[in-house]
Ligand binder design. Structure first.
Ligand code: COA
Length: 254
């Protein structure tokens, strides 16, 4: 149980809202579990026609909680990536409902990579998308190494995922993983409009058409597994340990 994720069903949409504002919605194991459960339980509910993931106003998410990563660095397990995050990624790959992202403010790490599983993404003018895995000594995750080049081409994916360059909302739209850029504070409301539009379409034809557009699920799951193994190894690396320590030390210096 966590208070940091709020799940509501509004008309035909399930809205999953990350709400941990004091930590920029950084995702804890409890948050991943709540989000996984919200996605998984929607699958067998015909009344839910789409799923909206939102961070509310001002921030989407600062990505995985770095304290969890630092703990994973110290563990002796081979399988260092905490399981709840892996289960969330699997739930994204298995999901069959149209998934809508509402990004207002920063989307870091998995905050950006989860968007490559989305079918429609709204971003505010203040949104920024970054995947700083490289700066943390890590590798891309959530099948982003497969899905991002498919969406934006190898070179742009390389700049984001291997060089760790951030993009803004207009650049993300230009790259093809954001549909529309809206005013700050309006992403969730616009996402609900999209959800209503989808709800008015014939459900079976939507499900079949969506599936045709997606890469084969087994390919996505295979890539997730490959990335997860490497990610777990990298979490325990010296490069990662130094990066986590530097993040938590920077406040003390300021
Ligand atoms: N994990 C844990 N805590 C985090 C966090 C994360 N990923 N991101 C932010 N926080 C915490 C900060 O430690 C701070 O906590 P404190 O007030 O108790 O010190 C609080 O959230 C606010 O963050 P702060 O850094 O002060 O905000 P900012 O506006 O200056 O910067 C970010 C925002 C997102 C740019 C910056 O926090 C950041 O780089 N976070 C790490 C992002 C990251 O590397 N995620 C993992 C990707 S794989």
């Amino acid at each position: 149980m966590t208070d940091h994720v709020i799940v509501t069903d509004e008309n035909a949409a399930r809205v999953i809202a990350m709400r941990r504002p004091d930590k920029k919605n950084a995702l804890t194991q409890g948050m991943y579990t709540a989000m996984t459960e919200a996605i998984t339980s929607a699958q067998s509910n015909p009344a839910i026609r789409s799923i909206v993931i939102s961070g509310g106003s001002g921030v989407f998410t600062a990505g995985n909680d770095l304290e969890d990563f630092a703990r994973a660095n110290a563990t002796g397990n081979d399988d260092a990536r905490p399981m709840a995050a892996s289960r969330f990624i699997t739930a994204l790959a298995m999901n069959e409902k149209p998934l809508i992202g509402a990004v207002d403010g920063i989307a870091v790490g998995i905050g950006t990579t989860m968007l490559f599983h989305c079918d429609y993404v709204l971003a505010s003018t203040t949104a920024t998308f970054s995947t700083p895995f490289i700066h943390l000594g890590l590798v891309p995750e959530a099948a982003s190494s497969l899905l991002a080049p498919r969406t934006m081409g190898h070179q742009r994916a390389f700049a984001m995922l291997v060089m760790g360059r951030a993009v803004n909302a207009d650049e993300a739209r230009e790259a093809g993983f954001v549909n529309a850029v809206v005013a700050p504070g309006h992403t969730e409301v616009e996402a609900l409009k999209v959800a209503r539009e989808i709800a008015a379409l014939p459900p079976e034809a939507v499900a079949l058409s969506r599936k045709l557009l997606k890469p084969a699920r087994e390919d996505v799951l295979r890539r997730v597994e490959e990335e997860t193994q490497l990610f777990g190894q990298r979490l325990k690396s010296d490069e990662a340990r130094n990066a986590f320590a530097a993040f938590f030390a920077r406040k003390k210096k300021a």
